[in-house]
Structure formats: structure tokens, C-alpha cells
Write a protein that binds this ligand. Structure first.
Ligand SMILES: [Zn+2]
Length: 403
């Protein structure tokens, strides 16, 4: 699960120009695929862990901007939008203002402010495993900075244990090597085997619970191992995050894209949502495909295939042949509907990545939206029907001809 840093402003006051002043602030790390309800619950848990106050209003706010940019966060689509807008940099200006009322003053129109200082906030945010409760996958949502692994800590499954270890590796940028992994024991070292970092865990009395038996959290390895460390951990976590429901997979596309690009520099992805923030299109062209195109025949074959998940939709693809006549996939798009607009969107992105020239040919079946899309987007490339379609049409035509 990818965590997004969200800057929370609170304990401040609004002036007559809808500017927020004299606030306190803190960072919260919130799963980027959170629903509105989960988003509020994370903030509630972060700011008011003992439930003394209830959040009544969340507002997106650009510091120093005019009031035209104040946006109330009221449902899931605003969270999705917020996660898309948040840049992955510490110089963030987009913030979430937490207005809240106490549980005994629900009818108050004005903001009541925290009595306690924000310095107490993090201290009151304790991990349940501190009481030797079993660490479960939900704990990653609660404990945003990672599970504090220690000897004796129980995990509900091997997968949860690995997730905690890989989050730690990701956070501290080092790479790992698994030296033993079976039904009863798990051992993992720093990639540099001469480094002392080591963890060993085993299953508890044949049950499903895994307990950390030995943990040396101390690196002596060289800087190169540490520097290159994100790749393996990110891949594992991306794979974990992409499991789940169709809904969570669609919401998880932005963080998925970020991780994909980080691990495959030069990869191109883009997406489009409708006016209500619902999924429309998602385009992906891997860096390897983009590089390979330069060495392939300038002939692209495009086609669409119906998807069979809950939301249906269509998968568009473009591929070509390399010099050894092997198929090279170039780009994929998932669209809500196959029509003129979606094919044109696909071709606009294809053209942006793979270019347009006189010797460029786009080959397809006889779908009218493809022909329309190519003619509206490309200036030089030609559209041709594939040989199979041509022969089929020819045979249909000549079957009526008396020779
Ligand atoms: Zn190390």
C-alpha cells in the first residue's frame, strides 16, 4: 500500500478573506487508496486519538491562495482528487485544514481549537503490538511510519511479516536477500552478506502466527547497496497493493504509476477521469517498448478486447514486429467504452510517444472508430486494414460473383 504524505493544518483561525492563520501543522501518512470515511478516520486517529473531539469539516487549501481555491472534502472523489494533486515533494502548498467541533458542542458553527499541543500527538499514537498484540495487515494503515520490528513481535502471517520487513527496507533504502523461506521459518539478510543486518522468524507451534526470533537492525554495508535499495522492496509492495478488489485497483492506479515509473525510468503512463472523478482511460507504455520501437518495422497493429471484470470496459493494445518477426507490445489502454473518443485518446497518446511519419502504418480490423481516430490524430501515418480482414472481405465479395 502506498502512503501519501498529507499536510494537516489545525488549531488556527480563518480571516475574513478565507485565509487560514496561526495554525499548527503536522504530517499524516495516509494510504493513497483511502475512501473518504477512511481518510477522516486516519486524521481523527492522528489528531484526536482518545476520541475527545470529532472532525466536522475538512477543507483543501492552498497556502497563500485566494478563497476561490477552498474546496470542502465531502466524499470519496475528493480524496482521489487530493491524492492525484499532492506532489511528491516536501515543498507542498496544498494542505488539508481540519475544522472540528467537540463531541459536546456539535451544533457550534465556529471552530473549537485543541487544548493540547501538537507535540503530544505522535506520542499518543501507539502501536497495538506494543502490548504484544498480533500485527495484522490493518496495522499498516494505523502505523504510518512502519511497524517497529523487534524480537518477539508476532505477525498474523508470513505475508504480513514480509510486508513489515520490505516497508522497513523501503524506508531505509536497502536491499534484501532471502536466505531461507519455507513453511516454518524465514531468514533474510542485507543484500551485502558481509553486512550484519539480519532477521529470522519462525512459525509459532505449527499455527499461522510468525514470531521474530532474531533481529539485528544494524547495517555495515557499503553505500551502493543502500543507494540501490528501493527496487526490490517497491516491486514486492506494488505487487501486494495490486491484489484486491476491482474498486481498490482502480483507485490505486496513481500510486501504481508512480512506482512503475520509478522502477522503469522512461515509462509513460497517463489517465483520465470524467467530471465526477470516475475512471475513464488509463494508458501505459513501458520504457522497454518505447526504446524497442526505434528498432522495429514502423507498422503498428492495434486492436481492442472486451474486459470481463465487474466494470467491463475495453483493453486497447498496440504492437509491432521486430527484425526477427517476434511480436513487441508497445502500449496498452484500458477505457470505459470503445468509441470514437476513446480511440482518439489512445491515438493521441500513441502519437505523443511513438511519433508520426510518412512510413508509419497503423493496421487494424474494420472498426470505424479506429479509422476515424487515425485520420483525426495523425498527419502522415496511414491506416490500413490487416490482411486477414482484406481477404475475408474479398472472399465475401467474390462469393457472389459468377466466374
Ligand atoms: Zn546492509
Amino acid at each position: 500500500m502506498t502512503l501519501q504524505r498529507v499536510k494537516l493544518l489545525f488549531n488556527g483561525r480563518w480571516d475574513e478573506n478565507s485565509q487560514y492563520h496561526d495554525f499548527r501543522d503536522c504530517d499524516a501518512y495516509i494510504p493513497s487508496n483511502s475512501s473518504f470515511q477512511q481518510f477522516v478516520e486516519y486524521i481523527q486517529g492522528k489528531l484526536f486519538p482518545s476520541g475527545e473531539l470529532t472532525i466536522s469539516r475538512l477543507i483543501m487549501y492552498w497556502i497563500g491562495s485566494s478563497n476561490s481555491n477552498l474546496i470542502s472534502i465531502v466524499e470519496d472523489k475528493y480524496i482521489l482528487w487530493l491524492m492525484l494533486m499532492l506532489p511528491d515533494s516536501p515543498e507542498i502548498d496544498l494542505c488539508v485544514v481540519v475544522d472540528h467541533v467537540s463531541s459536546v458542542a456539535q451544533n457550534s458553527q465556529n471552530t473549537l481549537y485543541l487544548n493540547n499541543e501538537s507535540t503530544n500527538i505522535d506520542q499518543s499514537f501507539k502501536h497495538p503490538a506494543g502490548n504484544n498484540e498480533i500485527v495484522d495487515s490493518q496495522d499498516f494503515d494505523v502505523f504510518q511510519s512502519g511497524i517497529p520490528i523487534r524480537v518477539g513481535l508476532p505477525f498474523s502471517s508470513k505475508s504480513v511479516l514480509k510486508k513489515a520487513i520490505y516497508f522497513l527496507a523501503l524506508k531505509n533504502s536497502f536491499e534484501l536477500t532471502t536466505t531461507r523461506s519455507n513453511k516454518t521459518s524465514f531468514e533474510i539478510h542485507c543484500k551485502d552478506m558481509s553486512c550484519g543486518w539480519y532477521l529470522r522468524a519462525s512459525v509459532y507451534r505449527g499455527g499461522g502466527v510468525w514470531i521474530v526470533q532474531k533481529f539485528i537492525d544494524n547495517h555495515k554495508c557499503c553505500i551502493d547497496i543502500v543507494k540501490d535499495g528501493h527496487r526490490q522492496a517497491t516491486s514486492w509492495i506494488v505487487a501486494e497493493c495490486t491484489k484486491g478488489t476491482s474498486e481498490s485497483s482502480y483507485i490505486g492506479l496513481p500510486p501504481f504509476s508512480t512506482a512503475l515509473i520509478e522502477n522503469n525510468p522512461g515509462t509513460y503512463t497517463t489517465q483520465e477521469f470524467d467530471d465526477e472523478g470516475r475512471f475513464k482511460y488509463y494508458f501505459i507504455a513501458l520504457a522497454a517498448s518505447i526504446d524497442a520501437w526505434k528498432f522495429c518495422f514502423p507498422i503498428m497493429s492495434v486492436d481492442g478486447a472486451c474486459l470481463k471484470n465487474n466494470f467491463m470496459g475495453t483493453l486497447f493494445s498496440a504492437c509491432t514486429l521486430e527484425g526477427n518477426s517476434q511480436i513487441v507490445p508497445l502500449a496498452f489502454v484500458v477505457v470505459n467504452y470503445e468509441n470514437d473518443a476513446s480511440w482518439s485518446w489512445f491515438f493521441r497518446n500513441l502519437k505523443a510517444i511513438f511519433g508520426d511519419s510518412n512510413d508509419h502504418v497503423i493496421m487494424s480490423d474494420g472498426h470505424k472508430s479506429i479509422a476515424k481516430g487515425v485520420s483525426s490524430v495523425y498527419d502522415f501515418a496511414e491506416h490500413e486494414l490487416c490482411a486477414f480482414i482484406c481477404i475475408k472481405t474479398l472472399l465475401r465479395t467474390i462469393s457472389h460473383v459468377q466466374l
